[in-house]
Design a binder for this molecule. Structure first.
Ligand code: ADP
Length: 262
């Protein structure tokens, strides 16, 4: 990590660094007349061990925020820090290494490799990062997400909810500082969605992970500790201890009634 700048607060005596800090992050796609400003100076600090939902109308910059925060996209300007380390300072190789070591991902479409078993998919991030593979620990995590009897199954032998639970186990096994989830329940029925959301909350409560989740769904957001709203690439308020009702009301105030029907 020597090529990354360390932020303040990483020394032993100082306060623990936030899990995630964005300072004035901007990102524009395209040039000239077709340029679209996806993020326009977003500043955000999330403490360790918190579960945050990011919400806003379609096109408000949620996915871009997640991509920049996770080091998958580089912002045009601004600073991104994960766990006290600046992502925006280093080269591509360091970034990839950092991502593999400290960041977990859960996507709507699971992104499991179809030819690998549940157990093999779960330990893949460790293999890619050339880290020691603790199979007993992987089994333990898979058991904790209710898949202890599915270790040898292939993804297409599983339901959508089970596949997403594999994706969560895969994110957890590397013991990342931050787990980024992009619409993790978007393809699931309500019951499976609740199970997956419960597991994400469990990762925060029981294991001290930090979860940042983009969602359209007030029910999903109600599992988070707080919600950050975006509109037109900017922060547009936040909500602590959200409930389905308070989230839905706030979304209505953001002026996108269509979201309420999702
Ligand atoms: P959301 O996730 O809230 O729907 P996005 O972050 O996907 O919003 O997109 C924000 C804006 O940036 C949108 O206008 C979108 O069309 C644009 N955008 C996002 N990604 C790209 C890209 N790779 N190329 C061009 N425009 C993009």
């Amino acid at each position: 990590m020597t090529m990354f700048r360390q932020g303040r607060g990483t020394n032993d005596s100082g306060p623990a660094p936030e899990a995630l800090r964005l300072v004035g992050v901007s990102k524009t796609y395209g040039v000239g007349e077709s340029a679209v400003t996806a993020l326009d100076g977003v500043t955000l600090a999330l403490a360790r061990g918190t579960f945050t939902a990011v919400m806003g109308p379609s096109g408000s910059g949620k996915s871009t925020l997640l991509q920049c925060a996770a080091g998958l996209e580089r912002p045009d300007s601004g600073i991104v820090m994960v766990d006290g380390t600046e992502l925006t300072g280093g080269g591509e190789a360091e970034l990839t290494k950092f991502r593999r070591g400290r960041i977990g991902f859960v996507f709507q479409q699971y992104d499991l490799l179809p030819t690998l078993t549940v157990a093999q998919n779960t330990v893949l991030p460790l293999k890619l990062a050339r880290r020691r593979v603790d199979r007993a620990r992987a089994r333990e995590i898979l058991t904790s997400v209710g898949l202890g009897d599915r270790l040898g199954h292939l993804p297409d032998q599983l339901s959508g909810g089970q596949r997403q639970r594999v994706a969560i186990a895969r994110a957890l096994v590397a013991e990342p500082r931050v787990i980024f989830a992009d619409e993790p329940t978007g393809a699931l029925d309500t019951r499976s969605a609740r199970e997956v959301l419960g597991l994400l909350r469990q990762a925060v409560r029981a294991h001290g992970r930090t979860v940042v989740m983009v969602t359209h769904d007030p029910l999903a957001a109600s599992y988070a500790d707080s919600v950050v709203f975006l509109a037109d690439g900017r922060r547009a308020g936040e909500l602590h201890a959200p409930t389905v009702d308070t989230v839905a009301k706030r979304l209505a105030h953001l002026g996108d009634d269509a979201l309420l029907g999702v």
